[in-house]
Design a protein around this ligand. Structure first.
Ligand SMILES: C[S@@+](CC[C@H](N)C(=O)[O-])C[C@H]1O[C@@H](n2cnc3c(N)ncnc32)[C@H](O)[C@@H]1O
Length: 170
């Protein structure tokens, strides 16, 4: 493993540094979790293109992005707060998130672009600790985390407001 301090808006630097540790002749997974919403469209789509172009066939892309259509009012307030502090907060619709996959010729994995808690939730509730949680630990969580921990299926799309997707490079 390695850690590098870099700006996502400089993908060439990230790729150069990643090559010191990763073998780009073998599949890798590119994870862009909750970071693309800090980057405006005119830079975000080309950045993902450049990163996806650099990874070999059989690699995967995982990404998530704050949505514009699940809980517009509350997410709008968060966006305003970020913007007032000088940060971009680019909410993206289902179609706009999907473009990161379709524009780059990637194969979408099931269940496609979904609010992140809907990405194969059955595998979460199968965890033994979710079936038998420590009551003290559960009591220490806030309402949303408690619900999520006890049964991910009780969480609403509006609670989450973030789309996620996973895709494979053919
Ligand atoms: C919501 S956190 C997500 C962190 C982590 N990926 C995760 O899923 O737990 C967003 C992160 O993106 C980082 N970030 C924001 N703009 C960035 C940029 N242009 N380049 C690299 N990182 C950035 C922030 O510093 C923050 O650590």
């Amino acid at each position: 493993t390695d850690y590098i301090e870099a700006d996502l808006r400089d993908p060439a630097k990230i790729l150069e540094a990643a090559r010191r540790t990763l073998d780009f002749d073998r599949p890798v997974t590119l994870v862009l979790a909750a970071v693309l919403h800090f980057i405006e469209d005119e830079e975000a789509y080309p950045i993902v293109r450049q990163l996806v172009d650099a990874i070999p066939s059989g690699s995967h892309l995982v990404l998530s992005n704050v949505s514009s259509d699940l809980n517009p009012e509350q997410v709008g307030q968060v966006t305003k707060a970020f913007k007032e502090r000088g940060f971009a907060m680019v909410r993206r619709s289902h179609a706009q998130v999907e473009r990161f996959v379709t524009d780059n010729g990637l194969e979408m994995l099931d269940p496609g672009v979904v609010p992140v808690h809907r990405w194969r939730p059955e595998q979460v509730t199968d965890l033994p600790e979710a079936a038998n949680p420590d009551p003290e630990f559960v009591a220490s969580l806030d309402v949303l985390d408690r619900t999520r921990y006890q049964d991910i299926n009780d969480v609403t799309d509006a609670d989450v407001s973030v789309y996620g997707v996973m895709a494979r490079k053919p």
